[in-house]
Design a protein around this ligand. Structure first.
Ligand code: F6R
Length: 645
């Protein structure tokens, strides 16, 4: 949550800061601000700080910049997702010290801000905002005052020293950037459990929370490690670890950021990203499903080619998956596949719950973290906690084995876990996850087939013919998706007006499609603000059916297979309570007769059906929200990357 940028070089900083923030707006859009430092006319040493802030989206800040300007070749910027303090201008970053000459932007949460605030207030400091961040400029200013009083030269090194001295006082997770009017040619950045990368340009450096802000500026990046602090000047980067020791590290090259933010002819990024799913699937099939290999056998494991070390599969008796939100729904489909196809007992946890109430340790466990952004604080912390507690165990059977599934291999997740599956879905801008969800599902199909092949028929794995048939159907997925997205786009657009007054929607599914019902409900909630619940269809009669009447539409996912008849009966029960029934099901006499409206599906193996049933869920939510005139790509109160607890 929140995005920060910082730039130092030889040209005006503000336009590049605003451009960087534009690419970070997905991290929050409650307010935005920049602070630049310009050499004061005729001054020899210090400069002048210019700070601009605006409530709401970046466009408001840009208008303010165009009217007022913010000169200087060094500056910092911030786009906010409110945690402490309402989304008002006074809580917008940057926050200043009492003299108004030192400015700080921060992404994260300073957990001990209350006690620090009280301490500073007792010393006479006045606070202007309700944020946790505002303690930081005051603490740095206090430290600078002490260092200056001890006759230290006023230069960039002094600012670095003051920041290094203050960081140990801060508890929590943060990425921050600091400018000081006394040193117009230096700025300091630091991170602890929140991402920060430095981009190396020609005679200039741009630091940002995430790669999209750097793409277009440079391809050469230096990701900062946890606890590191850096001093940036036009001459170079000085990098230090948490103990203050100088660090030398080579930069790396950014990949895959070419297709940044372009809506093409679509009205919203979300719709564009829904339409990109056939391509996501086609790329995945091309990369991971080698053409018609031989039948799986111990000597010729061949149906799926994942770029994972063989060690990932060895000695795995159980799997646990940690994730949040949409990623957790993908994990639930994954667990179904790993259990039903590969015969491996698999549990899925909310990462935020797992952190504080982990299950007892069991041996031979593979832990999978799923996060499209690779930056979700809860998922990272849960994985780190699992790694630590297993490292303390003497018995090698309990050793940590961690695998990450992400769309951002360069993220914090990529640096935390030793094994990584890159879903390669390309940058997703819409806050509601769509094509990355499909990418996560595909990663699980690959993983489940790979495990099933290795376990072999007879020891929990499926019949090789069945596996082979599934993989053959997966090869045909891109074409099916193409057809489905195209046909349902207009269908769902035509239905959207029926939901103009709707306040509650129930989504029903069973078996492998229960997580898809939950995903349908989540999509609808987050972008249309309509209350929605995803339920296992058989559970309705145990309470929730009391909610149903003619005003509550029910979307029911019914695909032929183990629970088809059961789901149809459950839908019938809803119909008997006057609910309007929308079916996501193949067109056949039974479904055409039962459902008031049908979003028809092609028939596929039940195990593959989530890859198709999710498409009408996404399109229905999209069109309902768009029809209501809502900001589909940036829904209220949300951010794409949830980097706070
Ligand atoms: C919903 C959505 C969120 C995310 C969740 C986890 O559309 O996008 O529920 O799935 O915040 O995010 P990642 O996958 O980045 O860990």
């Amino acid at each position: 949550m929140c995005g920060i940028v910082a730039l130092i070089g030889s040209r005006e900083a503000a336009p590049q800061l605003l451009e960087g923030l534009r690419h970070l707006e997905y991290r929050g859009y409650d307010s935005a601000g920049i602070a630049t430092v310009a050499l004061a006319a005729g001054a020899t040493g210090g400069g002048q700080l210019h700070c601009l802030k605006a409530e709401g989206k970046l466009i408001n800040l840009t208008a303010r910049y165009e009217a007022l300007g913010a000169p200087g070749q060094c500056g910092i910027g911030h786009t906010r997702w409110a945690t402490h303090g309402k989304p008002e201008e006074r809580n917008a970053h940057p926050h200043l010290d009492g003299s108004g000459r030192l400015a700080v932007v921060q992404n994260g949460i300073i957990e001990n801000h209350r006690s620090l605030r009280e301490e500073l207030q007792a010393e006479g400091v006045t606070f202007l905002s309700d944020t946790d961040t505002e303690v930081i400029p005051h603490l740095i200013a206090r430290r600078l005052g002490l260092l200056q009083a001890a006759d230290q030269a006023t230069d960039a090194a002094l600012l670095l020293r003051a920041v290094q001295d203050v960081l140990p006082l801060l508890q929590g997770a943060y990425a921050l950037a600091v400018v000081w009017a006394e040193v117009p040619s230096g700025l300091v950045v630091a991170r602890k459990q929140a991402p920060l990368l430095i981009g190396l340009g020609e005679g200039e450096f741009l630091c940002a929370s995430d790669t999209p802000a750097l793409a277009g500026f440079t391809r050469t990046i230096l990701p900062m490690e946890d606890g590191e602090v850096a001093l940036l000047t036009p001459l170079g980067i000085e990098l230090y670890d948490a103990q203050g020791a100088r660090v030398q590290r080579s930069p790396s090259l950014l990949s895959g950021t070419e297709h940044v933010a372009d809506k093409r002819s679509f009205r919203h990024f979300m719709l564009k990203e829904i339409h990109e799913q056939p391509e996501t699937a086609a790329l995945w099939v091309a990369r991971h499903l080698p053409e018609d290999g031989p039948l799986p056998s111990p000597e010729g494991l061949s149906l799926v080619a994942l770029p994972l070390d063989e060690e990932v599969y060895e000695n795995v008796e159980r799997i646990q998956i940690l994730a949040c939100g949409t990623s957790r729904h993908a994990a639930q489909v994954g667990a179904h596949l790993l259990e039903q196809l590969a015969g491996i007992p698999t549990s899925v946890y909310y990462a935020s719950e797992f952190r504080y109430s982990p299950p007892p340790l069991v041996p031979h466990m593979l832990t999978i973290g799923v996060t499209q952004s690779g930056e979700t604080a809860d998922t990272l912390a849960a994985l780190a906690m699992e790694q630590e507690r297993r490292q303390l165990m003497a018995d090698p059977a309990f050793a940590p084995k961690l695998l990450g599934i992400t769309n951002r291999p360069e993220s914090s997740l990529g640096r935390l876990v030793p094994h990584l599956l890159d879903i390669g879905a390309g940058i997703e801008v819409g806050v509601a996850a769509t094509k990355t969800f499909l990418g996560q599902l595909l990663a699980f199909y690959g993983l489940a087939v790979a495990f099933a092949e290795r376990r072999g028929h007879g020891s929990g794995g499926p019949d090789p013919q069945r596996l082979r048939a599934l993989v053959a159907e997966l090869r045909g997925l891109p074409a099916l998706l193409q057809q489905l997205v195209e046909s349902h786009d207009q269908r769902c657009a035509d239905l959207a007006h029926l939901f103009a007054e709707t306040q509650d929607v129930i989504f029903l599914g069973r078996g492998i499609n229960y997580p898809i019902a939950m995903e349908g409900a989540l999509k609808l909630k987050e972008i249309s603000y309509i209350h929605a619940e995803g339920y296992p269809a058989g559970e309705m009669k145990h309470g929730p059916i009391a909610l149903l009447d003619a005003r509550v539409p029910v979307v029911s996912i019914a695909v032929p297979g183990t629970v088809f008849e059961k789901v149809l009966s459950n839908a019938q029960e809803a119909k008997a309570r006057d609910a309007q029934l929308i079916g996501v099901a193949p067109a056949c006499p039974d479904t055409e007769q039962l459902f008031d409206l049908l979003l028809p599906l092609p028939e596929v193996d039940e195990l593959l059906s989530p890859l198709l049933t999710v498409i009408p869920m996404q399109l229905l939510s999209y069109h309902i929200a768009a029809h209501r005139g809502l900001d589909v790509d940036q829904p209220r109160n949300l951010a794409k990357s949830v980097t706070v607890e």
